[in-house]
Structures are given as C-alpha cells and as structure tokens.
Design a binder for this molecule. Structure first.
Ligand code: NDP
Length: 254
C-alpha cells in the first residue's frame, strides 16, 4: 500500500519531462496523492499531453494542466509559466526531471552534443528554478526535487557529458538549498540507478547484463519506486531534509 501524503492535496506541482518514463510515473503518483499536477510537453505532442491530463484527473488529481515549452528554450518556458500563473494558484513544488542521455567516448564527443546535454539536463533546471524563485519566495513550504543520477556520483565510461550534467545538478541543489533555506524553500537531489524506461531501453543487452550483475538487489528499478521517493520529498513528511542527495539504485553504488 502506498503512503498517503495529505499535504500534497494543497500543492501545485510542476513536473518537467512527464510525457514518458520516470516523469510520467511521478505525475501519476502526485495525481493519486490529490495534487494539482502541471507538466510541460514539446510542440507537436498535444495528443499525448491531452491524454495524460485526462489520466491524471482520473487518478485523483485536484487538477491537471499541460503547458507547452521546451526546457532548453528559456523564453518559451518563461512565457508559459507567466501565462499559467495568470489564472492558476502558484506553483509550490517542482520536479526538474526532463533529461537526455547520449553515450559517447570522450574522443568522439562533439561540442554541440555536450551543449545539448548540459542545456537540457542542467541549465534548464537552473533556469526554471530561477524563473519560479520569486513565486517560491512568496509561498510556504516549497519543495524542489532535482533528478540527478547515480553516474553523477560515481561517473561512467562513455558518459562524460551526461555525468557532468548530473553532478552539476548536485552542486546546484546544495547551493540553492543553502540560499533558500531561510525562506523555507527546500531542495534535494535524487540519484536513480538503472530504472527501466525508454532511456535505458536504448542500451544494448551486454550493457544491461553488466549493470544487472553489479546491482546487489539483482533487478532494475521501477519508475513508480522513484515516484514514491519524489512524493515523499515534496511532502511535509520530509520537512527537515534539504540539500540532500539520495540514491535510489538497488545498492549499485554502496
Ligand atoms: P525518458 O527518455 O524516458 O524521458 C525523458 C523525458 O524528458 C521525456 O518526457 C522527454 O520529452 C523529456 N524531455 C527531454 N528533453 C526535453 C526538452 N528539451 N524539453 C522538454 N522535455 C524534454 O527518460 P527517463 O524517464 O528514463 O529519465 C528521466 C530523468 O531521470 C532524466 O533526467 C534522466 O537523466 C534521469 N535518470 C534516468 C535513469 C534511468 O535509469 N532511466 C537513471 C538516472 C537518472 P519528449 O517525450 O518530448 O521527448
């Protein structure tokens, strides 16, 4: 049985990258907790956004709102959030989840690939948090969760850019947590190990086998397990936790 965090019913929570994978599970989990769930989608993905909105309402969301922006387009992001706040209550929870990965050996890493990974995984999280910070300063009990990765802590061959972006999120989390603690704004990072999604599906079987053999719990994680941790961190049940980096990896990096 899932833990119920009743205070989430009063929250408006933005989840980025919720059209698929872990983000979608987070949005669904928050909906079943009764939150008003807001998520972004990219141009051309209106059908998926509408379908997800309906699903979130069916699951029990107080409300569900899809807003169109690409996380790498700061102006689009700012306009979408300004428009949202004109006729909705303020966002008081944020999950910076949208991300991409592209495995490349260092010698083959192209500058534009590096920029794309850093912009999507790290810069976007900082920019969206900055855009929402004035709203957060006026609100109560704000909580932010940044989706880092276990490779941001342990590194991984072929993932120089990805692991640097994820390690960057940890530094951002700690600094922002210190800066905003006096305003009761909390900020934590989580580091999933191998979670079964489209992102990890792209790996070849040999790589999957190699991961599996290094995971003490001997299985890949489920998106719903990550979502449960995120719900806890967004809720008042974690009210004395900030600036923390929490691994959820089946023991991969003990
Ligand atoms: P998926 O590839 O399944 O989903 C990624 C999501 O991010 C999609 O909704 C995608 O939208 C969105 N997204 C990507 N780029 C942009 C963009 N520029 N603008 C808007 N949305 C964007 O990934 P996962 O669910 O596996 O991963 C989610 C997060 O968790 C990522 O940050 C990832 O790095 C992290 N993570 C994942 C692990 C895993 O094992 N799966 C392990 C550790 C961390 P669209 O549908 O439009 O493409």
């Amino acid at each position: 049985m899932k833990a119920k965090f009743h205070d989430l019913e009063a929250k408006v929570i933005l989840v980025t990258g919720a059209t698929r994978g872990i983000g979608r599970s987070i949005a669904e989990s928050l909906a079943s907790q009764g939150a008003h769930v807001v998520f972004n989608y990219r141009e051309g993905k209106e059908a998926i956004a509408n379908e997800l909105c309906e699903k979130l309402k069916t699951l029990g969301a107080k409300n569900a709102t899809a807003i169109m922006f690409d996380v790498t387009n700061t102006e689009q992001m700012k306009n979408a959030l300004d428009t949202f706040h004109k006729d909705h209550p303020p966002i008081t929870g944020l999950v910076n989840n949208a991300g991409i990965s592209k495995d490349t050996l260092m010698l083959r890493l192209k500058e534009d690939e590096l920029s794309q990974i850093i912009d999507t995984n790290l810069k976007s999280a900082i920019m969206i948090t900055q855009i929402l910070s004035r709203t957060f300063l006026k609100a109560e009990n704000v909580s932010i969760v940044n989706m880092s990765s276990i490779v941001g802590l342990m590194g991984n061959a072929s993932q120089v850019a990805y692991s640097a972006s994820k390690a960057g999120l940890i530094g951002f989390t700690k600094s922002y947590a210190k800066e905003m603690a006096a305003k009761n704004v909390r900020c934590n990072a989580i580091c999933p190990g191998f979670i079964a999604t489209d992102m990890t599906d792209a790996l070849n079987e040999a790589a999957k086998e190699s991961y599996l053999s290094s995971i003490p719990l001997k299985r890949f994680g489920e998106s719903s397990e990550v979502a449960d941790l995120v719900s806890f961190l967004l809720s008042g049940a974690s009210s004395y936790i900030t600036g923390e980096t929490i691994k959820i990896d089946g023991g991969l990096y003990i």
